[in-house]
Design a protein. Structure first.
Length: 208
């Protein structure tokens, strides 16, 4: 498999204007991924599928990720006068990072027998700018999974062929996989309520 750094370079050389960032992974697997800019995401996807050295023709999995607002701590070097001598010292710096949503695609080559290569698309925020380009036209296997992340995370996928809910009903207003999702207290629609669910349902009236 071509190293991720080379894949990044090949994308940027082949897709004019594309911006690609390697995202590290602190887990034991250290499985890094590529963050592509949304404006060129479709062209990047086509390159990954069609490039003769990559031929990433199979999308095995698409998932959503919800990143809440966070405070990031980092060490920065600053110049300070210490005992009348200017020195470079390390100081802690905290910055606020606004939350966002991601669609994450795991890609393999059935033809060349390699992978995965993981690519990410990122929304501007978690509120009113949650649009991303759909990649179903490149990998048809992504269709139902993209529909799930629309339904469960609220990511609106532009160009998606069938933008309907797939797990929740049409009148449902929220996104159950969001990290700040609050379960409704009214479980009167639950046909076999029991335990804690039954107790919640009783708060809203008699339950058979």
């Amino acid at each position: 498999m071509i190293p991720l750094e080379q894949i990044k370079s090949r994308i940027e050389a082949a897709v004019s204007g594309a911006r690609v960032e390697i995202i590290p992974n602190a887990s034991p697997s250290e499985q890094r991924s590529l963050l592509a800019d949304n404006a060129h995401a479709l062209a990047v996807a086509r390159f990954l599928r069609d490039d003769p050295q990559l031929r990433l023709d199979y999308c095995s999995n698409v998932t959503g990720v919800d990143w809440l607002d966070a405070e990031i701590s980092e060490k920065v070097k600053v110049k300070k006068v210490v005992e009348r001598v200017e020195k470079e010292v390390e100081e802690g710096k905290r910055t606020k990072r606004p939350g966002y949503l991601e669609a994450v695609y795991h890609l393999y080559s059935m033809e060349l027998k390699h992978g995965p290569v993981i690519i990410r698309l990122r929304t501007e925020n978690r509120t009113d700018k949650t649009r991303l380009p759909s990649l179903t036209s490149v990998w048809r296997g992504a269709e139902f999974q993209e529909r799930e992340i629309y339904d469960l995370y609220g990511i609106v996928l532009e160009g998606y062929p069938d933008p309907r809910r797939i797990l929740m009903w049409d009148g449902f207003q929220d996104y159950p996989m969001r990290k700040d999702y609050v379960e409704p207290d009214d479980y009167e629609y639950e046909p076999t309520a029991h335990g804690a669910v039954l107790e919640r349902a009783r708060r809203h009236g008699p339950h058979e």
